[in-house]
Design a protein around this ligand. Structure first.
Ligand SMILES: [Zn+2]
Length: 262
C-alpha cells in the first residue's frame, strides 16, 4: 500500500533532530511520497536541501498568507527565480486566510495573485491554504487559471468543493478526520466523490487523535487513511489506491520524477 502525504512541513525545526528516523518510519508504514510546501522565503534553501537528498520528498515553494508581514517585496521575484532554477513539484502553500485577525486582505490578495501568475506561467500545480475565504479564492482562480492543484485541509461546502473540482483541484483531508467530534468534516469526506480527495498530515501540526497532544508526523498518515476508509465504509487498500492515484495525477508526480532524473 503506497500513500502520499500531500502536505507535510518536514523541513521545520521540529524535525531537525530526528528527520531521518521519522522518514524511515513513514516509509515502513507505506508513505512513499511526501510533499513539502514552503511558507517563507528565508526557509526555502533549507527546504530544497532537505528534499534534494531523498527521492520520496517533493518540494513546493510559496509565500504563506499567515506570514504576510514577514514577506518582502523581493520574495515574489525570488520565487520566479527559484521556479526557473530548481525542480519544483508545485507552487505553495499560498492562499487567503480570513480567519487569523490583522492580516491585511488587500495585501494577501496581491501576494496570492502574484504567485498564481507565476504558477500559471510555469504550468505548475498549486497548493492552497484557505481559511474562511473559499468564495474569494474560487473567484480569483476563475480569473487566473492555473493547472489545478490541492486545496489543503479542506473544510468548505459541497458546492465549493464542486467549484474547486471544475478548476482542476483536489481536496486535502488529514488528522481532523480521526476525531469523532469532527462531524461536519466527516460528513463532507463521506459525501464527496473519492476522486476529489487526497490525504495529508500537515505535520507537525494537526495531530491525529491517536497521538493527540504530540508532534504530528507523516508516519501517522495511515491513521488518516483508516479514518477516511471508515467514514466511507470502504476497504483501506481501495481508499489508499484511489487517493494516491488522485495525488499523483493532480500534482503530476510522474513528470516531476522523470524531470528530476530518477
Ligand atoms: Zn501547511
Amino acid at each position: 500500500m503506497a500513500l502520499i502525504d500531500t502536505h507535510c512541513h518536514l523541513d521545520v525545526g521540529e524535525f531537525a533532530a530526528d528527520r531521518d528516523a521519522v522518514l524511515e518510519r513513514a516509509r515502513a508504514r507505506g508513505v512513499t511520497g511526501i510533499v513539502v510546501p514552503g511558507v517563507l522565503a528565508e526557509t526555502w534553501d533549507e527546504l530544497l536541501a532537505c528534499c534534494a537528498g531523498d527521492a520520496n520528498l517533493f518540494p513546493a515553494l510559496g509565500l504563506h498568507p499567515v506570514y504576510l508581514t514577514r514577506h518582502r517585496d523581493t520574495d515574489v521575484v525570488r520565487l520566479e527565480q527559484c521556479v526557473a532554477s530548481h525542480p519544483l513539484l508545485a507552487i505553495g502553500e499560498i492562499g487567503l486566510d480570513y480567519h487569523v485577525e490583522g492580516l491585511d486582505r488587500a495585501r494577501q490578495q496581491t501576494l496570492f495573485e502574484a504567485q498564481l501568475e507565476i504558477a500559471r506561467s510555469c504550468g505548475l500545480p498549486v497548493i492552497l491554504h484557505v481559511r474562511k475565504a473559499h468564495d474569494t479564492v474560487l473567484a480569483t482562480l476563475q480569473r487566473i487559471r492555473v493547472s489545478g492543484g490541492i486545496c489543503h485541509a479542506f473544510n468548505g461546502s459541497l458546492q465549493q468543493a464542486a467549484r474547486y473540482r471544475e478548476l482542476g483541484f483536489r481536496l486535502g483531508f488529514g488528522g481532523m478526520l480521526t476525531y469523532e467530534r469532527s462531524r461536519r468534516l466527516r460528513a463532507l469526506a463521506h459525501d464527496l466523490p473519492l476522486e476529489d480527495i487526497v490525504l495529508e498530515t500537515d505535520a507537525p501540526d494537526m495531530t491525529v487523535a491517536q497521538h493527540h497532544g504530540e508532534r504530528n508526523s507523516p508516519e501517522y498518515l495511515p491513521y488518516c487513511l483508516a479514518a477516511l476508509a471508515q467514514v466511507r465504509a470502504m476497504p483501506e487498500p481501495d481508499v489508499a489506491a484511489r487517493t494516491t492515484a488522485n495525488a499523483r495525477a493532480v500534482l503530476r508526480m510522474d513528470a516531476f520524477v522523470a524531470g528530476r532524473g530518477q
